[in-house]
Design a protein around this ligand. Structure first.
Ligand code: EPZ
Length: 429
């Protein structure tokens, strides 16, 4: 039996969605608990597959954990292991980010290389080069990174050729448990980086410049515990705001900081939405079909690459021709073929997607290939005529907490179903 999501589209959505805590803040912050022998408590944690996998990894490394409602406690009095296996890293790429904390606290680590995925090659060269600059001895063989720092890591001044979010997290975490002053030049500026820095500062580190491209970290030989509330998930929020675009409706998202959406809000306005913002909410109303536009994804505060696929889905309904350049991940196009199955008119030229909007899409059986490609076909199905079945929904469970319930709250006709697995499986061409 396979789980699918069934959507009977064509309903104009209207209402309010409470946004969950940010998945991409939860993961690094939970891993940062490895840096302390005291308890770390997190609130507003989303109930997602990736959070569960992170807890499983941390327990393997010696953490005792508790997870009740949206509150997580992680306590690592001592490290009981310093390795993250291939199966763990394959299940959750971000597991690779434990390398820095394990080196800083345990002076040794063995972590499987994450490898690529459907959105790109996703190398980790920036992570490894930075940790080597901090004194780690690193060898890579049989797909595993073996790292030691027998005399402990040392402070360093690291320059990133690309503002990698993960590399910025990794360096900040490691440097926070290294006495002395480290610097990151060319750092990522994402809100999740700022959230992690705030947590590390509450634990006793002194980090300045988070949110800019120059971060200074004054580390300590010991860090304390922390109690902290996660920021709202800006990508989940952007996804639901785009549901107003694909259904010509009105959606208000609550529990997210508008400035965390970066260039996305001006893009919504350019598409013809009436956008209103408050301290922790954003509302978008589309009285007509969205307008076509040209946009380019970029590191924060640019248009988030994680909103590229949902935005493309919305532009499939636009009047006119749109063009979206994906500059962050070279392979982030898995949603294009699925949207085309629903009648969308779009083509890929190198790293640009050209979309000729149509007034209506037609429902179809479609497949989620990754978390944000899945979000894109959900949005398209909401605006399509007829009943769509979305397969491989495990990808959606990674980043969209209580997805069906939130959409039903906006008036969508949506539900999870079980179907017989096809008695044949396509084996490619
Ligand atoms: C984080 O991934 C997010 N994941 C991604 O969200 C997000 O798309 C990405 O940042 C960009 O914003 C989490 O936070 C768990 P990067 P990360 O390192 O850290 C190149 C989602 O949908 N690069 O900023 O892996 C890389 O190839 C996920 O929630 C190197 O070349 O992204 C890519 O082109 C998907 N060498 C670019 O940087 C390196 O050592 C951005 O990658 C590292 C990265």
């Amino acid at each position: 039996m396979a789980d699918i999501i069934e959507i009977n589209g064509g309903v104009r959505l209207s209402g309010t969605v409470r946004i969950s805590g940010a998945k991409n803040a939860a993961l690094p912050m939970m891993m940062a608990a490895l840096l302390s022998a005291e308890e770390c408590i997190f609130e507003n944690v989303p109930n997602l597959e990736d959070v569960g996998l992170t807890l499983h990894l941390l327990e393997h490394l010696g953490a005792s954990t508790e997870y009740t409602r949206d509150r997580v406690s992680i306590h690592v009095p001592r490290l009981l292991a310093t390795e993250a296996s291939y199966s763990l890293v394959k299940a959750l790429r971000a597991s690779f980010w434990v390398l820095g904390p394990l080196l800083a606290r345990g002076r040794a680590a063995r972590v499987a290389l994450p490898g690529g995925d459907i959105i790109g090659a996703r190398p980790v060269d920036l992570h490894l080069a930075a940790l080597q600059q901090m004194g780690a001895e690193i060898t890579t063989k049989h797909g595993v990174v073996y790292a030691t720092a027998v005399n402990g890591l040392r402070p360093a001044r690291v320059e990133l050729r690309f503002p990698s979010v993960g590399a910025t997290h990794q360096i900040m975490m490691a440097a926070s448990l290294v006495p002395g002053t480290s610097e990151i030049l060319g750092a990522a500026r994402e809100p999740e980086v700022v959230a992690l820095a705030a947590m590390l500062n509450d634990m006793g580190a002194e980090i300045e410049g988070a949110g800019t491209d120059h971060i200074v970290i004054r580390g300590r030989s010991e860090l304390g515990g922390v109690r902290i509330k996660l920021i709202g998930d800006r990508i989940e929020a952007g996804t639901y705001l785009l549901a107003a675009a694909t259904t010509q409706g009105q959606v208000r998202v609550e529990g997210v900081a508008p400035d965390h959406l970066g260039a996305f809000l001006p893009v919504l306005s350019e598409m013809g939405a009436q956008v209103e913002v408050g301290s922790d909410w954003v509302s978008a109303t589309f009285a007509h079909r969205p307008k076509a536009l040209q946009a380019v994804t970029a590191p924060f505060p640019g248009l988030a690459t994680d909103l590229q696929a949902p935005l493309v889905a919305a532009l499939c309904f636009a009047e006119g021709e749109s063009k979206i350049d994906e500059t962050v991940f070279e392979g982030r196009f898995a949603h294009v073929a699925e949207l085309a199955r629903m009648g969308a008119q779009l083509t890929v030229h190198d790293r640009a997607i050209v979309i000729n909007g149509v007034s209506r899409l037609s429902a179809a059986p479609v497949e989620a290939h990754d978390i944000r490609a899945g979000a894109a076909i959900i949005l398209a199905a909401l605006g399509a005529e007829g009943i769509s079945h979305i397969h491989e929904i495990q990808h959606l469970r990674r980043g969209y907490e209580t997805l069906e319930r939130k959409l039903q709250g906006l008036g969508a006709r949506v539900g999870a179903r079980q179907t017989e697995v096809d008695d044949f499986l396509f084996s490619g061409c």
